[in-house]
Write a protein that binds this ligand. Structure first.
Ligand code: 13P
Ligand code: SF4
Length: 332
């Protein structure tokens, strides 16, 4: 049976009132799904605020690694997802590819004792667990600079996975030497060695887009997410995580124009006459967009029927080490 969005919204609200469930939604979700969120935010906010919340069920509207992070941090909660949508970047690395990256370092004379792995939160629990077991930790785009600054105190080489852009951009901001595995650089000459993963959505922004807006609106500011290519970040006026971008845009004088290089739904929600999307295409995250209002309703209904669907499970060993990697970040 087909319901309208108004009917679905009403049914979802009824079930939310009845069940011991918290609905969590990332900024990149479709508007109608985002509006259903009891907790909304970027990946760091969602991980911490959900951990501090005490309902039995968490219905997570986002991508797989985010739901997994909630389960890892709060193993007693039952985490369900309307769609187990996979972040394309997180899919670019698994435990075996992580081991290959370590082999690359070792084959260049850098022993495991001299490697400190850091994984961007956009990775699955098996990769976070590998990182945790090696004494490493997680970072998000909000705290990557802080985490890397602290990690450097250990005097080791940083293996940064999976996002080559975030690793290089933070390295550039800090005046560090970085490389991407697969290029010709000797890792012994670098502070940060990046795995060759990337976000296909944030690769859509180009120097031509920046040039176009600067010519069309002299004085416009360009603000982008650090998952964009280093040449895009270098050419921009502001680089920040989702929550940092929102704060930056909200604090601009009313008549200041800004073109923003990040996911469409998030920018569109902020859009007014002076806020533009820095792309000639629509930079939507396909997997974030998979979750519909109907999926949210059906997932709540399944809980109500006593047969939850799409529940996240993480095995005990992975949970233990991934939690350690996440908690090292939270402790900082
Ligand atoms: P945030 O950490 O800014 O929420 O980003 C997550 C993400 O997937 C960005 O593409
Ligand atoms: Fe993953 Fe990119 Fe989508 Fe973020 S925007 S969830 S990094 S594919």
């Amino acid at each position: 049976m087909q319901f309208t969005n108004e009917e679905l919204t009403q049914k979802i609200n009824e079930l939310k009132n009845k069940l011991d469930v918290t609905v969590v939604a990332h900024y990149y979700q479709r508007d109608e799904v985002f509006d259903m969120g009891d907790i909304t935010g970027d990946s760091l906010e969602l991980a911490t605020r959900t951990r501090d919340n005490d309902s039995e069920f968490v219905l997570f509207c986002g991508v797989g690694f985010m739901g997994q992070s909630v389960k890892v941090l709060s193993p007693n909660k039952r985490v369900v997802m309307p769609k187990i949508a996979c972040c394309a970047m997180a899919k670019m690395i698994d435990g075996l590819y992580f081991d290959e990256a370590i082999d690359f370092m070792e084959s260049n004379g850098i022993g495991k004792d001299n490697i400190l792995p850091i994984t961007y939160i956009n990775s699955n629990a098996d990769v976070k667990a590998k990182v945790g077991e090696m004494g490493g930790l997680v970072c998000t785009s909000s705290n990557a600079k802080f985490i890397i600054t602290d990690a450097l105190k250990a005097g080791k080489k940083i293996l940064f996975v999976p996002d080559r852009c975030l690793g290089q951009n933070i390295g550039n901001q800090m005046g560090l030497k970085s490389m991407v595995i697969g290029d010709e650089t000797d890792p012994n000459d670098c502070d940060i060695i990046c795995y060759d993963g990337f976000c296909s959505v944030h690769q859509l922004f180009s120097l031509d887009d920046i040039e176009f807006y600067r010519q069309k609106f002299p004085g416009i500011l360009i603000a982008v997410h650090p998952e964009c290519d280093p040449e895009i970040c270098d050419a921009s006026d502001f680089v920040g995580s989702t929550s940092q971008l929102i704060k930056f845009i909200k604090e601009l004088p009313e008549d200041q124009k800004v073109a923003v290089g990040t996911e469409f739904n998030m920018v569109n929600r902020l859009r007014d006459k002076n806020t533009y999307i820095l792309s000639s295409t629509k930079p939507e995250c396909p997997t974030m967009n998979e979750t519909t209002l109907e999926d949210v309703y059906l997932t709540l209904k399944a809980i109500d029927d006593g047969e939850p669907i799409n529940e996240i499970h993480v095995d005990e060993k992975t949970q233990k080490w991934a939690k350690i990697a996440l908690e090292r970040m939270l402790a900082l």
